[in-house]
Design a protein around this ligand. Structure first.
Ligand code: C2E
Ligand code: MG
Ligand code: MG
Ligand code: MG
Length: 282
């Protein structure tokens, strides 16, 4: 009976694993169809100059409209990376966002920048740099309007190649940002290997600003480090007025977060263009 029980558990375990694999494969098939059928859409979250409250850039964030609901990227970017779909999906995201921003720039005096997230698989795919150059040429966007946000994992997984590829990108004139800065192992080492234009402080630091002394000191240190290295520093995940006040007092120049502005559809950004890009902040 004991043996049978053990075997049963093993079978249940195997069945569970099987179900997971099948679920993943189904998801990957659906994602491929979604790209073909135009089910992806972009939202744009403003990045704001904390001093003047002006929107200086927008970050493109992908969503999947599926079965009547909107699926967030955390649920499909991983599977899209595993299946390789992230390469054509990433290209769609880049093209869509560049075209939109090119129109916004052409129809206003607004010197708006664009940030796009890229993942490891995408950065290491062949022809990546060519694709970026092609999309910029097509949309007529100057390279320095575009910032590519990479997570530190990009640099951990394949440091030599990733650094080489991102450096090529930067030679095109594209700006580079390290996203979720401070969370990875070798945040500081990466700044030695790669020319970085911007660091985005991870929201976990902002969350505990003012309540946790160590976190507050670390945040201040990151801000000064960025300034000393001539980089733009963006605080992410600002949700409360006290956090905004602290960041301003610490000299943090740029910020993003629900308090400032939530991610919005493109017509929301168009309304901002009409309103001269000012956002009212606490
Ligand atoms: P991320 O690049 O760090 O983007 C910031 C995320 O924080 C977004 O979530 C945004 O909606 C959310 N956020 C902004 N302000 C606040 C705030 O005040 N409070 C809280 N709680 N959250 C805030 P989202 O859109 O769900 O994206 C999650 C992650 O998915 C992104 O993190 C990024 O790593 C990835 N992602 C999104 N779009 C793309 C894309 O086009 N390509 C790739 N490769 N990854 C993407
Ligand atoms: Mg980002
Ligand atoms: Mg990111
Ligand atoms: Mg981030």
């Amino acid at each position: 009976a004991k043996e049978l029980g053990g075997g049963g558990r093993l079978e249940i375990y195997a069945a569970h694993m099987h179900a997971k694999v099948v679920h993943r494969l189904e998801l990957q098939t659906k994602l491929r169809q979604a790209l073909a059928e135009g089910e992806f859409l972009l939202e744009y979250q403003p990045v704001v100059d904390l001093e003047s409250s002006r929107v200086t850039a927008v970050e493109a964030l992908v969503r999947w409209r599926h079965d009547g609901s909107v699926v967030p990227p955390d649920e499909f970017i991983g599977p899209a990376e595993e299946s390789g779909l992230i390469v054509p999906l990433g290209e769609w995201i880049l093209r869509e966002a560049c075209q939109k921003v090119a129109v916004w720039r052409a129809t206003s005096d607004w010197d708006i920048g664009l940030s796009v997230n890229i993942s490891v698989k995408q950065a290491l795919s062949s022809r990546f740099v060519e694709t970026v150059a092609g999309v910029l040429a097509e949309s007529g966007l100057a390279a320095d309007v575009l910032t590519m946000e990479v997570d530190e994992e990009v640099l951990l997984e394949n440091p030599g190649e990733a650094v080489a590829r991102l450096s090529e990108l930067r030679e095109l004139g594209v700006r580079l940002a390290i996203d979720d800065f401070g969370m990875g192992y070798a945040s500081l080492a990466h700044l030695r290997q790669l020319q970085v234009d911007e660091i985005k402080i991870d929201p976990s630091f902002i969350r505990d600003l003012g309540t946790d002394g160590t976190v507050t000191l670390l945040t201040h240190t990151i801000i000064r480090l960025g300034q000393d290295l001539g980089m733009q520093v963006v605080a992410e995940g600002i949700e409360r007025p006290e956090q905004l006040e602290r960041l301003r007092a610490m000299g943090c120049a740029y910020g993003q977060g629900f308090l400032v502005a939530k991610p919005m559809a493109s017509d929301g950004v168009e309304a901002l263009v009409g309103g001269e890009a000012d956002i009212s902040m606490a």
